[in-house]
Design a protein around this ligand. Structure first.
Ligand SMILES: N[C@@H](CCC(=O)N[C@@H](CS)C(=O)NCC(=O)O)C(=O)O
Length: 227
């Protein structure tokens, strides 16, 4: 087991990418030091540790640096093997990675685009792509407690943002990608996910999130209209 000095995480309180790494560390009981970043004024430390993407999360373990949240989850799972996140079966592992990447590239990215777009064709198209992909995710969770089976696993952590961030983005973007009536299995799963004690204690406050994303949206809209 690592001691606290061994593991450091550079993060941002409101980031879904950072939270999934924190959830993994907490589920495995790995102590870590958390360093909050100001992504509008990035620290020399962040720029030095993650010069390629300059994004959080960044995990530092015994002086070695890993960036990109999905790669960090894999690194954590391979380094601390107890309470495994990824399934053992190679096919199941491939499927967990496949659906994580679908959720990220189709649901998350399009939900973000939709939230940050004015009413119109671009927004409609993004909503369509996100909802279509969410429909596929609904098929994956149907009949299961968690994507990982009986316990939270890699795919639960990957899709975890749907439980809180997506409803907030829907509110801020005046849209309804996550229609609970349309995706009842996903809705039931978000209820279970959010009630898990580790997750429940490690969620940002919803009201602060709304303020943060409203501001973020305005800034992005303003920069688009000046482009
Ligand atoms: N694909 C990355 C995305 C990370 C990301 O976009 N992080 C945001 C915070 S939510 C960030 O650091 N943004 C700073 C920037 O883009 O300049 C991951 O999964 O780690």
């Amino acid at each position: 087991m690592a001691n606290a000095k061994e593991v450091e995480l550079l993060g941002l309180w409101v980031s879904p990418f950072v939270r999934r790494v924190e959830w993994a560390l907490k589920l495995k009981g790995i102590p870590y030091d958390y360093i909050e970043e100001d992504i509008l004024n990035k620290s020399p430390l962040l720029l030095r540790l993650n010069p390629v993407h300059q994004t959080v999360p960044v995990l530092v373990h015994g002086g070695r640096v890993v960036s990109e949240s999905f790669l960090i989850l894999e690194y954590i799972d391979e380094t601390w093997k107890h309470s495994p996140l990824l399934p053992r079966d190679p096919y199941e592992r491939a499927m967990a990675r496949f659906w994580a990447s679908v959720a990220e590239s189709k649901v998350l990215e399009n939900a973000w685009i939709a939230m940050c777009s004015e009413e119109g064709e671009e927004k409609e198209r993004a909503i369509e792509l996100a909802t279509e992909a969410l429909g596929h995710i609904e098929g994956v969770i149907r009949g299961k407690a968690f994507f990982g089976g009986e316990a939270i696993g890699y795919l639960d952590l990957a899709v975890g943002w749907v439980s809180l961030w997506l409803p907030v983005w829907d509110e801020v973007g005046s849209m309804k990608i996550f229609d609970q009536a349309k995706y009842p299995a996903t809705a039931a799963w978000t209820g279970r996910f959010i009630e898990h004690p580790v997750i429940k204690e490690n969620l940002p406050p919803r009201d602060k999130m709304v303020v943060y994303f409203r501001d973020k949206r305005s800034r992005i809209m303003a920069s688009k209209s000046h482009a």
